[in-house]
Design a protein around this ligand. Structure first.
Ligand SMILES: Cc1cc2nc3c(=O)[nH]c(=O)nc-3n(C[C@H](O)[C@H](O)[C@H](O)COP(=O)(O)O)c2cc1C
Length: 354
């Protein structure tokens, strides 16, 4: 980093959020925000489904939608990066403005609507970097005008699984009308059956995570868990952004439509994560996402049931040094307590879910 982020941030926050995002991607690609590279320790390291994660902190989907900056993001200290969401055809997404900072709440509202360059562009970039190592997952979705949404996920697996470490099926973006309907039992069973059939046919076996909304009760989460187990899906990513608007929000932009992420999402998404952990009874691996901004937040997600943790919004407020700070802080705490990520996973799930 050329200047400390707290000095740059006021200038960035004077600009439109989407413009800052484009500048950030460009700076990352140009290597302007170096970093320590993949951080690791015996406490942080895990092998899940044959994938070696040097540490459990990942960059959440949406930051690098088109797989332009995966290697630069890995250099910041993340143990893995999830690119996407990618849809079969390129699409523009919703009208601007469509990203809003809720500064006082350390939160973000977005209604991007899967703006992305499509499978082909992502596939070319992922293939070009495939020999470089590092865990890079791909998050797949459906085009807004898809008649058969499940077919778009099948196409996503076929086009992108071979050049990614794992695949996340995102059925929980609130910004594509009807998409969250895929979480309902009938639609979900159809989707999962077709997705695992495509995986078997393709001969490319990558773990599949299903990314769900935080706006589900424990019963709905348990039904999703059983569907995943029945179809042989490896895990759940909990969670996407929320449609809820907690009473505590103080920022003017709180009335914008879209999905809310960042600090106010921590509590509901961690409760949903714990509910998923208790329902899964060891049969799925969970990624905990939502409001992680510190080592203690990451620790809490793991204790609530996560094997892996992701963040996005906190990068906007904390800057590019944040992932390394979180990973180092988590390692120090685990060492002090004589724990590893695997040993901590789910320890406090009952308390969180209760
Ligand atoms: C601007 C923005 C764009 C996002 N785009 C996607 C996306 O394309 N696919 C997806 O699965 N999640 C997307 N998300 C959700 C994040 O991956 C994450 O689940 C959510 O923001 C909660 O984590 P956070 O509180 O650390 O931001 C997006 C979030 C933000 C803020």
């Amino acid at each position: 980093m050329i200047l400390p982020y707290p000095l740059i941030r006021p200038f960035l926050f004077a600009l439109e959020p989407e413009r800052v995002h484009r500048l950030t991607l460009r700076a990352l690609r140009m290597g302007l925000a170096g970093g320590p590279g993949a951080l690791a320790s015996p406490r942080l390291r895990q092998t899940l489904f044959g994938i070696e994660f040097s540490n459990p902190l990942g960059l959440a989907a949406g930051f690098d939608k088109n797989a332009e900056a995966a290697d630069a993001a890995l250099r910041l200290g993340f143990g893995f990066v999830e690119c996407g969401t990618v849809t079969p055809k390129p699409q523009d997404g919703n009208a601007r403005p469509r990203i809003f900072r809720l500064k006082a709440d350390r939160a973000v509202i977005n209604r991007l609507g899967f703006n992305n360059e499509g499978h082909r562009a992502a596939q070319a970039r992922l293939t070009a970097r495939a020999g470089r190592g590092g865990v890079v997952g791909i998050n797949i979705g459906a085009n807004k005008d898809a008649v058969d949404r499940a077919a778009d996920y099948v196409a996503g697996y076929r086009a992108l699984a071979a050049s990614a470490s794992y695949v996340t099926a995102n059925i929980s973006s609130p910004n594509t009308p009807g998409l969250r309907g895929l979480q309902n039992p009938d639609e979900l069973n159809d989707l999962l059956a077709r997705l695992v059939a495509a995986r078997a046919e393709s001969g490319v076996h990558r773990p599949i995570w299903l990314k769900i909304a935080p706006d589900l009760d424990a019963e709905a989460i348990a039904a999703i868990v059983e569907a995943c187990v029945a179809h042989g899906i490896e895990g759940l990513a909990v969670s996407n952004t929320t449609l809820a608007r907690p009473e505590t929000l103080g920022s003017a932009a709180k009335g914008e439509s879209g999905g809310l992420s960042g600090a106010p999402l921590f509590l509901p998404s961690t409760r949903a994560l714990a509910a998923a952990f208790l329902a899964a009874k060891g049969r799925l691996k969970l990624i905990g996402i939502g409001g992680v901004a510190s080592a203690d937040d990451a620790y809490a997600k793991i204790a609530a049931g996560a094997s892996l943790v992701q963040l996005y919004s906190a990068m906007i407020y904390g800057g590019p040094d944040l992932p390394a700070r979180i990973v180092r802080g988590l390692d120090v705490r685990l060492e002090r307590e004589g724990l590893s990520v695997a040993a901590l996973t789910g320890r406090d799930a009952a308390a969180w879910a209760g």
